[in-house]
Every structure is written in structure tokens, then in C-alpha cells.
Design a protein around this ligand. Structure first.
Ligand code: TMP
Length: 199
């Protein structure tokens, strides 16, 4: 089973992914938690460039770098892990590219989706949890210095959030929207319910 966690920066998806990891481990499953971009040596190096505030990156370069990091993760980690019977949890996946580079940066959505396919092939998450949260609350939850993406404008994140919700509307079976404004334990109760149903 392949489960992805999506949402705008500050939505709390990383905390929920970690809680899900602990929960599934405690139930005796072989489970691996990965993050995008990252989780392989090369992809972590690409992540450094992508999040570095001092880096000058055009939107198309940004798109290609996210896809390059994804291609590494798919071939080196995700596919082998699924083949050996692991449940794979991924903190972000290709819906982030559609939402951030497609809707946020306004790159052509068809181009973004076709590059997602180049990186990933036919593989699709079995379940995608979209943690939906208003911008103000999300900003408040972010701590410390903002990286290159987090420092984008309010208008950018408004488009990204709307993009995620549109993806969810189009793929209702795969993508489940979770109200991320609730307390952590209540959000996790809803996560657990969806995960248990799929298992
Ligand atoms: P993180 O903060 O969730 O670790 O993600 C890193 C940043 O990269 C986050 O601001 C979202 C952004 N991102 C994209 O813009 N496109 C993508 O395809 C992915 C995976 C992440």
C-alpha cells in the first residue's frame, strides 16, 4: 500500500505522517516513511538547492528538479519497498508538483502532469490524504526561518491550496480531504479511520 500526505506548508502533514508510521509499526506492518523531495542521497542534495533562499531557480528548472528528485526516490526506494511488501508513506508526492508548480507557478498543467508521469510511470498512490487548512493558521504554525518555497506570497499559496482542492474534486476515490484545523489527535483520528478502511 502506498499512501501520500499532501497540503500547503504548515498544514501539519509531517506530524500526521509520523503518527501514522508509529501506528502502523505498532500494528506489526513493515512500513517505511519517506519524504519528497529527498530520502535518497541525490534527492536530498537536490532538496538543498530547491529550498535554498539564495538559489536562483526559474519555474521550469524548479519543476525539473522536483521531478529529478522524484525519479530517484521512485526507482531506488518506493518501487523496491512496495515489491517487498512494505506499506510506503510519503510526505508529499506528485500532487505537490501539480499544486505548487502547476497552480502556484502557473506552469502548464498538462506539461506538469506529463513530467510527473516521466518520473513516476504508472504508479499511483492507493490513498492520498490532503490536509486542508486556511493560510492564516498555516502561517502561524510555521516556525523559524522560511525556506525558498515557504517565503512565497499569499496569492501563491491561495492558488496552491485551490489547486490541491481541485485535484481532490477530480479524484475523489484516491484523494481524501481532511480538516487540518482540528486538534492534532482529532486530525489523527480521521487519518486512522481512512487508513484502516484501506487496509
Ligand atoms: P516540505 O516543507 O513539505 O518538506 O516540502 C518542501 C517544499 O517543497 C514545500 O514548500 C513544498 C515544495 N514542493 C513543491 O513545490 N513541489 C513538489 O513537487 C514537492 C514535492 C514539494
Amino acid at each position: 500500500m502506498f499512501v501520500t500526505f499532501e497540503g500547503i506548508d504548515g498544514c501539519g502533514k509531517t506530524t500526521q505522517a509520523m503518527m501514522t508510521y508509529q501506528y502502523l509499526r505498532s500494528r506489526g506492518f513493515k512500513v517505511k516513511l519517506l519524504r519528497e523531495p529527498g530520502s535518497t542521497d541525490t534527492a536530498e542534495r537536490i532538496r538543498e538547492v530547491l529550498l535554498d533562499k539564495a538559489a536562483q531557480v526559474t519555474p521550469v528548472t524548479e519543476l525539473l528538479l522536483y521531478e529529478a528528485a522524484r525519479a530517484e526516490l521512485i526507482h531506488r526506494e518506493i518501487k523496491p519497498l512496495l515489491a517487498s511488501g512494505h506499506i510506503v508513506l510519503c510526505d508529499r508526492f506528485y500532487d505537490s508538483t501539480t499544486a505548487y508548480q502547476g497552480f502556484g507557478r502557473k506552469l502548464d498543467i498538462r506539461m506538469v502532469k506529463s513530467l510527473n508521469r516521466v518520473a513516476v510511470g504508472d504508479l499511483k498512490p492507493d490513498l492520498t490524504l490532503l490536509f486542508d487548512l486556511d493560510l492564516k493558521t498555516a502561517r502561524r504554525r510555521q516556525s523559524g526561518r522560511r525556506d525558498r518555497l515557504e517565503a512565497q506570497s499569499k496569492a501563491f499559496f491561495t492558488r496552491v491550496r485551490a489547486g490541491f482542492l481541485e485535484i481532490a474534486r477530480k479524484e475523489r476515490r484516491r484523494v481524501k480531504v481532511i480538516d487540518a484545523s482540528l486538534p492534532i489527535e482529532d486530525v489523527f483520528y480521521n487519518v486512522k479511520k481512512l487508513i484502516d478502511q484501506r487496509i
